[in-house]
Write a protein that binds this ligand. Structure first.
Ligand SMILES: Cc1cc2nc3c(=O)[nH]c(=O)nc-3n(C[C@H](O)[C@H](O)[C@H](O)COP(=O)(O)OP(=O)(O)OC[C@H]3O[C@@H](n4cnc5c(N)ncnc54)[C@H](O)[C@@H]3O)c2cc1C
Length: 313
């Protein structure tokens, strides 16, 4: 049976974890889920048993401890596969499981066909390439590329079972010590329905005031290109792209961003892209649904002013 690691956001299963459960069902067999800390309702996601790992010392994310738990539980269940979402945490934990157990890991998969030889389709190069791969393993480790699978509801009678892992001190050495809210608070880049991003065209750290203002008016999050993080205008947590966060908002507003493939890799999951760029030949226009050609320092404040007017604020 497949074992699926389920991450939580605010006490509910994360969207990438629900997508992972949907894909794991294509592997066949009763689905066992693992959550760490507190129970979540997975009865609409085809889960036969939810295992809740509880340990006195485990009060925050600790990748080695989570890997140890997955190893112990998968041995106990004789799981024939382990799945996790291809999130930062999911890939981090599964790489540790692979190293500890000497098992092969396929990351960022979008489809899986089981058999003596497992056929997988994987996203590579930030999603610009799909790889058809084959894997032979009694217990393949698979992470699922976020936002590539549509969640399908499957009702099941889910049993809850408590699991107490045996953890060594060194497995708790690396752990989250503190959560610090990002500036602007609230909406995370990966989950935001609107993302307003700025690139080199914004010109400076101070220039981001107009980007932040528009994001706030739209209830969205602020993103940026790598040029911006390299210049130190914003931290890496705001970077969208192949080596940043992959976003899938309803609307992505790209201000002063040229549209390099490494940037597009992070925002092509957006339902609509609005590009604001001074250059009518900027590559981003090939990916954009809407474009405004001109100076963002005039256009962005004008959009904010119009929004305020419409809202009577
Ligand atoms: C291995 C690797 C990984 C990478 N990962 C990432 C990644 O994760 N994310 C990422 O973003 N990049 C990444 N990059 C870098 C990427 O290749 C580009 O260099 C980067 O995205 C360019 O950033 P930019 O669009 O802000 O800057 P530029 O390419 O310099 O574009 C600036 C744009 O702003 C426009 N502009 C200038 N002034 C104005 C104005 N006043 N008003 C309106 N428009 C204006 C210009 O016309 C231009 O189109 C990676 C590169 C490599 C090699």
């Amino acid at each position: 049976m497949p074992l699926v690691l389920v991450e939580q956001v605010g006490g509910a299963p994360s969207d990438p974890s629900l997508q992972t459960l949907t894909l794991a069902r294509s592997f066949g067999g009763p689905i066992h889920a693992l959550v760490v800390g507190s129970a979540v309702d997975l009865s609409h996601h085809g889960v036969a048993v939810t295992h809740i790992a509880v340990h006195d010392e485990l009060d925050s994310f600790a990748p080695d401890a989570w890997a140890a738990i997955l190893g112990q539980l998968s041995d106990r269940l004789s799981a024939n596969a382990i799945f996790a979402a291809g999130t930062d945490r999911g890939n981090d934990v599964m790489a540790r499981v692979a190293a500890r157990m000497g098992l092969p890991l396929a990351t960022n998969c979008i489809s899986v066909a089981p058999g003596d030889q497992i056929n997988l389709t994987r996203q590579r190069w930030g999603g610009s390439l799909l790889e058809e791969a084959r894997m032979r393993s009694p217990r393949p480790l698979i992470t699922v590329a976020p936002h590539t699978v549509v969640v399908e509801i499957a009702s099941a009678e889910t049993k809850l079972e408590k699991f107490t892992p045996q953890l060594e001190e060194q497995e708790l050495a690396v752990r989250v010590a503190e959560h610090v809210s990002t500036k602007g608070g609230g909406v995370s880049l990966a989950e935001a329905k609107v993302v307003v991003s700025g690139g080199r065209g914004v010109g400076s750290a101070e220039g981001f005031a107009i980007i932040e203002e528009l994001a706030e008016l739209l209830g969205g999050a602020v993103g940026c290109s790598r040029v911006v993080t390299s210049a130190g205008w914003l931290p890496h947590t705001n970077q969208v792209g192949q080596t940043g966060t992959k976003v899938s908002p309803d609307l992505y507003v790209a201000c002063g961003i040229s549209g390099a493939t490494q940037h597009i890799a992070g925002c092509k999951g957006a339902k609509k892209i609005l590009a604001i760029n001074a250059d009518p030949d900027a590559p981003i226009l090939a990916s954009a649904d809407y474009a405004v050609i001109g100076d963002l320092h005039q256009i962005v404040p004008a959009i904010s002013a119009e929004l305020r007017k419409v809202r009577g604020a």
